[in-house]
Design a protein around this ligand. Structure first.
Ligand code: UFG
Length: 335
């Protein structure tokens, strides 16, 4: 299939483009490089031998985006392009509403005009808020969003569902990611946080590399096995592959909305992640226990039964693999 990948130079987008190419699809990247780097496109070529076509376009620019669809005539869209930092969204809510809602509305309007019927959408387990029962299934109630970022994901899911209802031939797959980590095993593509990382794994690798002095564990008095927060960390390649399986399924469908949790089903605490990192990479981490971070929930991990059975998918990599790949990427970045 020829597929437009918005945000295709980003962390999850670039790994998805690699996996699309590996499975014989044609990926057309649309990216404004607001949170990604052009050299990633060369790296995709180094890994796959194929140079994906690139349009440097912002998805909030409907005219420019429409031109891409007219030129390319894709069969489907994987829509990653969005702002994704929870804390920043609290400080700059309008930026988040503009980017994350306008982009999706533009994509859908153009898909309707150009008669493109299949979309895979990047959602997040953040839509579950702080769940009463874990693991969460796709039927776990959606709670009031805890940040503008989370709210944009909830509203985007609603927009997609409403749009599909009004356009019965349209197919939607909503993927609710848990915590994507790791990097490509070649060390050629990975996460590129701007400034001080918010997320745990880049903070760990930067601390091990000496870029950050010390890692702070945000709280050790939660009601969990060791008092630190629990998350479901999924290797970015395992996550990338779900997008391809999801869009291949949509191509055979006529008017559906699929919703999948994309996680490993294993919950790991912050302390367990640190221990696994130290063990797998033989690096000693300088860390301390700090106060809980505002807005953090104590524990969440996925019930992934639905995606495992319907998409015949299962994660190939474990936590240690992902941590080793993230570390290899960090080391190569500094060379
Ligand atoms: N953590 C630390 N120290 C750090 C950074 C993180 O202890 O320096 C802890 C956090 O408290 C949390 C865990 O590591 O318990 C993971 O934190 P991340 O920031 O890596 O990830 P979050 O689970 O907070 O957020 C992720 C995505 C969001 C998404 C959210 C949904 O980054 O986009 O999951 O729950 F909204």
């Amino acid at each position: 299939m020829k597929i437009i990948v918005t945000g295709g130079a980003g962390f999850i987008g670039s790994h998805t483009v690699v996996e699309l190419i590996a499975r014989g699809h044609e990926a057309i990247i649309v990216d404004n490089f607001s949170n990604s780097q052009p050299f990633i496109i060369d790296r995709i070529k180094e890994i796959t031998g194929v140079s994906p076509k690139l349009y440097q376009v912002d998805c909030t620019d409907k005219k420019a985006l429409k031109q891409v669809f007219e030129n390319e005539k894709p069969e489907g869209v994987i829509h990653f392009a969005a702002s994704k930092a929870v804390g920043e969204s609290v400080l700059k809510p309008l930026l988040y509403y503009r980017n994350n809602l306008t982009s999706l509305i533009n994509v859908l309007e153009i898909m309707k005009e150009e008669k493109v019927n299949n979309i895979v959408f990047s959602s997040s387990c953040t839509v579950y808020g702080s769940p009463d029962v874990i693991p969460v299934t796709e039927k776990t109630p959606i709670k009031k969003a805890e940040s503008p970022y989370g709210n944009t994901k909830q509203i985007d899911e609603q927009i997609l569902t409403d749009f599909q209802k009004a356009n019965p031939l349209f197919n939607v797959s909503i993927l609710r990611y848990f915590n994507p980590i790791g990097a490509h095993p070649t060390g050629k593509i990975g996460e590129l946080p701007i400034g001080t990382p918010n997320n745990l794994i880049p903070f760990i690798t930067q601390t091990a590399a000496g870029i950050r002095k010390q890692l702070t564990i945000f709280g050790d008095t939660y009601d969990t096995k060791d008092g630190s927060c629990i998350r479901d960390y999924i290797h970015v390649i395992d996550l990338a592959i779900t997008h391809i399986k999801a869009i291949e399924k949509l191509k055979k469908e006529n008017g559906i909305v699929d919703v999948y949790n994309v996680g490993t089903g294993v919950g790991s605490s912050v302390i367990e992640v640190i221990e696994s990192f130290e063990e797998a990479t033989k690096q000693k981490l300088n860390f301390r226990i700090g106060n809980p971070r505002e807005g953090d929930i104590s524990a969440i991990y996925a019930d992934n039964t639905k995606i495992v059975s319907e998409l015949e998918w299962k994660p190939k990599y474990n936590l240690k693999d992902a941590l080793v790949h993230a570390w290899e990427w960090q080391k190569k970045l500094q060379k």
